[in-house]
Design a protein around this ligand. Structure first.
Ligand SMILES: [Zn+2]
Length: 478
């Protein structure tokens, strides 16, 4: 059963797919007699399989995988202190292994392309960014890496009452980040290194969020993204605290980004949970995309994005898992399900509620456009890149099969994905990686994670000291 996700939304039963190199040559049924036009050098028997295009995760942070399970159930601003502690001073090998874990988890759950919004703390460095790209390539997934840049101190980015802090914490929240020029230079080296490097890699520029960046840095990021012809990717109004911070500093939110030149069709704003009607008008008019990460928004108690309002305005909505620290899974199928379920609460009109086909488009075509592969990735159609997922039909969630797309999203949770093809290459077979020795990788990841936690013990302690102050700040925001 082939779910094409093409412009006609065709489901072919039984379907046939021909792949030539990294591209889909033909899709059809027996009746199309494709075998008369194509000769198969190699055949993959997929009887008993649900066949779909590979999913695209439009927002995650690869560095979180190595410290999964260590961030408490707290609001974003408090949670961030712990996540930051676990991310400090990563070696290239730690960056690489964390990204390989993310890439493997993606493949195992049907995702073939990921957008890695990669923060390296405390210093952005081209080598670290490139290590993540290479790690994803080694596992066999497509990757778009957006280096995170930010130049405001923690005390400037969140409205914590610094005067109430003990002296050492006051000094900590006032500590300036790596100079913006250095971050820009590393980002530029990275963009140059991977420019035109082939069908499996894209780059973006990823200023962290408006409340964490000066206008000067945002403008420099916008200029660099335009110069390299790549997308701009940033968090936007994830929490009520961020909305109030932006209002207090800029007096407005999306209009502030528009005034700087940050809004446009190649810009993607992650979350937009607290976007006002005016913000959504600005986003819609600019043709800017929103990346919806509903599971992470629930995990951090951030709120529920108004996806139906976005869709009504014609805004392109893509889906992302967000990092392993705040989802905590990298399974995009469960994110499609969460997006569908939560949309039921988003206003009384049934009409605008996204149906399963729309949810699938958000997790494929729309996300691919955000990541840098518009109209090339996310459908099984001639001329499109051959990223294909095969899930076993012989499982309770798919028997009987009344609605393949609805059951894939709402019932399977990704169970029994057996084969995954990226660019015509089988990278997962019988649920196992064809590219990396998983047993060795897991052993190394455990070892490295122990080192990361030990090395950063003082930073975790400091996060614990800061947490009550941040929590008090968050609960005071109205
Ligand atoms: Zn994020």
């Amino acid at each position: 059963v082939v779910v094409t996700n093409d412009s006609r939304g065709r489901v072919l039963d039984p379907g046939v797919l021909y792949i030539d190199g990294d591209t889909i040559a033909a899709v059809g049924t027996d009746a199309d007699r494709l075998e008369q036009r194509y000769e198969a050098a190699q055949t993959l028997e997929a009887a008993g399989m649900l066949v779909l295009p590979g999913l695209v995760n439009a927002h995650y942070h690869s560095s979180d995988s190595l410290v999964r399970g260590l961030s408490p159930e707290m609001p974003l601003e408090v949670w961030s202190a712990y996540t930051e502690a676990g991310r400090l001073d990563r070696t290239l090998r730690e960056i690489s292994v964390s990204a390989q874990l993310g890439a493997l988890e993606a493949l195992a759950t049907g995702t073939t392309t990921v957008l890695d919004h990669l923060r390296l703390s405390p210093r952005l460095a081209e080598e670290g960014l490139s290590a993540s790209v290479q790690a994803h390539l080694d596992v066999g997934v497509r990757t778009a890496v957006a280096p995170v840049l930010s130049d405001l101190s923690l005390g400037e980015a969140v409205p914590v009452d610094a005067a109430a802090l003990p002296e050492d914490l006051r000094a900590f929240v006032a500590r300036p980040p790596q100079p913006a020029q250095e971050q820009m230079a590393e980002c530029e080296r990275f963009l140059k290194r991977w420019a035109g490097s082939g069908a499996r890699v894209r780059t973006l520029v990823g200023p962290s969020a408006p409340q964490r960046c000066s206008d000067g840095l945002l403008e420099a990021c916008i200029e660099m993204a335009a110069r390299f012809g790549v997308g701009l990717h940033l968090h936007f109004l994830e929490t009520r605290t961020q909305l109030r911070t932006c209002e207090a500093r800029y007096g407005r939110t999306a209009a502030h980004l528009r005034a700087l030149g940050a809004l446009g069709p190649r810009t993607s704003l992650v979350h937009a949970v607290w976007a006002t009607d005016h913000d959504l008008d600005e986003i819609g008019t600019a043709g800017t995309s929103v990346v919806h990460c509903p599971t992470a928004n629930l995990r951090l108690g951030s709120g529920i994005a108004r996806v139906r309002e976005m869709l009504r305005r014609g805004i392109r909505v893509a889906l992302g898992t967000d990092g392993a620290g705040c989802n905590d899974s990298l399974n995009l199928i469960t994110v499609m399900k969460a997006a569908g379920l939560l949309s039921a609460l988003d206003g009384p009109e049934q009409a605008a509620r996204p149906d399963p086909a729309s949810l699938l488009r958000m997790g494929t075509l729309n996300a691919a456009a955000v990541a840098g592969w518009p109209d090339r990735l996310g459908a099984l159609a001639p001329g499109w890149l051959a990223d294909v997922v095969l899930m076993r039909l012989e499982q309770p969630a798919l028997v009987p099969l009344h609605h393949p797309v609805a059951q894939f999203i709402y019932a399977t949770e990704g169970a029994r994905i057996e084969t995954v093809i990226v660019g015509g290459e089988v990278v997962l077979r019988d649920g196992r990686s064809m590219r990396v020795d998983e047993t060795a990788l897991y052993a190394e990841a455990r070892e490295l994670a122990r080192g990361v936690v030990q090395r950063n013990a003082a930073a975790y302690r400091r996060a614990g000291e800061l947490a009550p102050h941040l929590a008090a700040m968050v609960s005071g925001v109205r």
